[in-house]
Design a protein around this ligand. Structure first.
Ligand SMILES: [Zn+2]
Length: 75
């Protein structure tokens, strides 16, 4: 296997279980109102505590650290 390819995969997957998919907090949602014939987003609940979790092992991801490090960083 190509070493470069391996490191690229590691940067974008969960460092704990290598899963490549992540989910947001289940109770996070947008509040919509139907007005003038279309849905408008009134507000997003729990926007202040935006959380990302690994889909496989449910480890919480540190969003800020991941952006700075250019790789997935767990809390
Ligand atoms: Zn994981």
């Amino acid at each position: 296997m190509n070493a470069k390819k391996i490191s690229k995969i590691n940067n974008s997957c969960c460092p704990k279980c290598r899963a490549e998919e992540f989910i947001t907090e289940p109770n996070q949602y947008d509040v919509l109102v139907f007005s003038a014939g279309q849905f408008d987003i009134r507000c997003s609940e729990s926007l202040d505590c935006f959380k990302i979790f690994c889909r496989e092992c449910a480890s919480e991801v540190n969003d800020d650290s991941s952006s700075q490090a250019k790789r997935v960083v767990l809390k």
